[in-house]
Write a protein that binds this ligand. Structure first.
Ligand code: C2E
Ligand code: MG
Ligand code: MG
Ligand code: MG
Length: 286
């Protein structure tokens, strides 16, 4: 059955195996084995509505287990996977795991929350990426309305036409799209005008000094205003909120959602279920 399971894993991901550079085939096989052996796991970090401090949703963040059973953060393995083009296996594994989580929550009568997944540039470049995402959702009977795709502002490197088409296709399928890490690099303001993002996530570096530094405070205030001026329905998210002072400032400026250690670190699904999907936060209300 180990072979059968391996075949299942391969089938799930084979769509993209053909687009992998031949010289990375061995590495790809090893990665699929690691996925199969559950050496990757998906943590969840809650997103909190700043108006009532109730749960808004969660972001899925991948973790890898090393031989000693310790968790390796994404920064230590994602760059290499982006280089060799194998990150899409991980991105789709994360989406699939998230669908499994949501499916189980629904079975337990929990509230429906939206979960966001990160999609790297390399993944977005793959053929049929949207159809693939749709197929994974329907395998678990999850409406794409419950999934948000996070695209980092480094999509600057993708062709405009490709981004436009991807955004259209994701939207048509029912997914929402977040612009991640806004403010962490250059030339990201044009992206706001050119694309129809549902959510903008302000990078932690924009939030870090808003209490101590007047200029940072003005920047975040005007960034929130800019997003709302471009699209009054846009959701603004402050990332890396660590202090009560930062929270108060974001609230005052009308930021919609907060995410950060102040509320919770990324945690395993079981803990997320126990701490955030029970009691008044987690009961099904509709
Ligand atoms: P991101 O998508 O911007 O995710 C937010 C990161 O900020 C997470 O780091 C999270 O743990 C961290 N964070 C959140 N709140 C706080 C805070 O209050 N203080 C501090 N110091 N950090 C905070 P993480 O999990 O290490 O992930 C880093 C990056 O790796 C992510 O940044 C994302 O770009 C990438 N990543 C994570 N999972 C995936 C994935 O499944 N696929 C892809 N392609 N990239 C992923
Ligand atoms: Mg993200
Ligand atoms: Mg971010
Ligand atoms: Mg708004």
């Amino acid at each position: 059955t180990a072979n059968k399971k391996m075949k299942e894993v391969k089938d799930t991901y084979h769509t993209h195996l053909h687009s992998i550079d031949r010289k990375y085939f061995k590495t790809a096989k090893k990665l699929l084995q690691e996925i199969h052996k559950r050496m990757f796991t998906v943590y969840l970090q809650p997103k909190i509505n700043l108006s009532d401090e109730k749960l808004n949703g969660a972001e899925a963040l991948v973790r890898k287990l090393n031989g000693k059973g310790n968790l390796v953060p994404p920064i230590d393995f994602i760059p290499e996977l982006e280089q060799n083009g194998l990150i899409s296996f991980v991105d789709f594994f994360v989406l699939e795991t998230v669908c499994e989580y949501i499916h189980n929550w629904q079975k337990q009568g929990k509230k429906f929350i939206k979960v966001s997944v990160n999609m790297s540039r390399t993944t977005l470049r793959k053929k049929n990426v949207v159809q693939k995402a749709v197929a994974i959702c329907s395998k678990y009977q999850i409406g794409p309305q419950l999934i948000e795709i996070e695209i980092t502002e480094s999509i600057g490197g993708l062709e405009k036409k490709l981004i436009t088409r991807l955004m259209d296709d994701f939207h048509t399928a029912g997914f929402s799209i977040a612009l991640d890490d806004f403010g962490s690099g250059f030339s990201n303001i044009a992206a706001l005008a050119e694309n129809d993002f549902d959510v903008v996530k302000f990078d932690k570096s924009l939030i870090d000094t808003i209490f101590e530094n007047d200029k940072s405070r003005t920047v975040i205030q005007q960034a929130i205003n800019l997003c709302n001026a471009v699209n009054k329905n846009i959701e603004t998210v402050g990332e890396g909120v660590e202090t009560e002072q930062q929270l108060q400032i974001l609230k005052e400026y009308g930021c919609d959602i907060g995410q950060g250690y102040l509320f919770s670190r990324p945690i395993p699904e079981e803990k997320f279920l126990k701490d955030f999907l029970t009691g008044e936060n987690g009961e099904k209300c509709d």
